[in-house]
Design a protein around this ligand. Structure first.
Ligand code: MRU
Length: 354
């Protein structure tokens, strides 16, 4: 792997010419890596949620491009171009909401275009190097935003988080959980209240697992308990990740986040969103224009092979919702903390050099 800082959880790793990804569908009951050697296979892994979480999806897609270039490097140049275009298309179609996927693909395309005069093996190796760099950069960025966020948390803070915005959702350290890890590393006693996160249970299965591994105190609740705990004064701050921030500061994140933001507002609890600046999409004016993925009904009617809902019932399964900017206390990014995000502040942030 590239020279990234050592991490407790290696969500994605390069191993003997293959990409390996932790199979997040079976955690925490099983810990296993699955191996990938083509763009098509990586796209399938993203679609099936072997890998999930906005930054991790972006890193996986970058390796998908590199893998395709490596396995096609003996093709003719014109065949190679066609096969690479297909790889970009198949990866872009894997999941719609996380902008990090499209950000990573655009970066890989730029790198590829700059290599036009090189031989195909040289192009393939350079694309692999770029994927390694995207992975390493993600960890550096998470550590930087973690440090900015940690400064906002007083000793003893009880943080509610929704979904999993941890090491598993990134190349390492995490965004929302990165802030918590950084605060703990700085010697603060921070505890976590993890929303279960229906229907895919990223909170119960992944966030709880990550925190337990590192002995960071974590209490699991079902999603409908958050309001009660807030009303009893048991939550001091909310920190979540995001899949895409619109230019006006509206935030798309895992379904249920909006509900938490409304509750936090009602109870005067700060609602922080931690993300790399690559998650900010200045091309999208507001949250209404963010594509929201609808997933399989079976995720709502049951879990894995077990179905508990009545056969024939109508089902909705939007995987994300949008929290309006007015409910966001601050965005925590690697370039600093942006209070009350709006277009003007996000323009200034995204134009600033890192
Ligand atoms: O459907 P998922 O599990 O990919 O959704 C993930 C989230 O909503 C995360 O909160 C988001 O990607 C931020 S990850 C640092």
């Amino acid at each position: 792997m590239s020279g990234a800082q050592a991490n407790a959880v290696e969500t994605l790793r390069w191993c003997d010419g293959h990409l390996e990804m932790i199979d997040q569908r079976v955690l925490p009951a099983q810990f296993r890596y699955l191996s990938y050697d083509s763009a098509e296979a990586v796209a399938q892994g993203i679609r099936d949620m072997v890998v999930r979480g906005a930054p991790a999806i972006g890193v996986a897609a970058a390796y998908g491009v590199a893998l395709e270039a490596l396995r096609r490097r003996d093709a003719s140049p014109s065949e190679f171009t066609g096969l690479m275009e297909r790889a970009f298309a198949v990866l872009a179609a894997s999941r719609p909401t996380a902008v990090n996927l499209f950000w990573a693909l655009a970066r890989m395309r730029l790198r590829w275009q700059a290599l036009a005069s090189e031989s195909l093996p040289v192009q393939a190796q350079a694309l692999l190097d770029e994927a390694h760099e995207i992975l390493a950069e993600d960890i550096r960025v998470n550590r930087a935003l973690g440090a900015h966020g940690a400064a906002l948390l007083a000793d003893g803070t009880r943080v509610l988080t929704h979904c999993n915005a941890g090491a598993l959702a990134t190349a390492g350290h995490g965004t929302a959980l990165g802030v918590i890890r950084s605060a703990v590393e700085a010697g603060k006693r921070v505890s976590v209240i993890a929303d279960e996160t229906r229907p895919f249970l990223q909170g119960a299965r992944l966030t709880a697992w990550e925190m337990v591994q590192e002995r960071i105190p974590v209490t699991l609740i079902t999603d409908n308990m958050a309001g009660f705990l807030m009303s009893r004064g048991e939550i001091d701050a909310v920190i979540v990740g995001t899949d895409r921030v619109a230019a006006n500061g509206d935030v798309a994140n895992k379904i249920g986040t909006y509900m938490v933001a409304v509750l936090a507002h009602r109870h005067g609890i700060p609602f922080y969103v931690a993300c790399p600046t690559s998650t900010i999409d200045m091309a999208i004016a507001n949250g209404a224009a963010i594509p929201i993925e609808e997933r399989a009904h079976a995720e709502v009617t049951g879990f894995r092979d077990y179905q508990w809902a009545a056969e024939g019932v109508l089902v909705r399964n939007p995987a994300f919702d949008v929290t309006p900017a007015e409910l966001v206390t601050a965005l925590i990014t690697e370039r600093g903390v942006v209070y009350r995000p709006n277009r003007e502040r996000l323009e200034a942030l995204t134009k600033a050099t890192a």
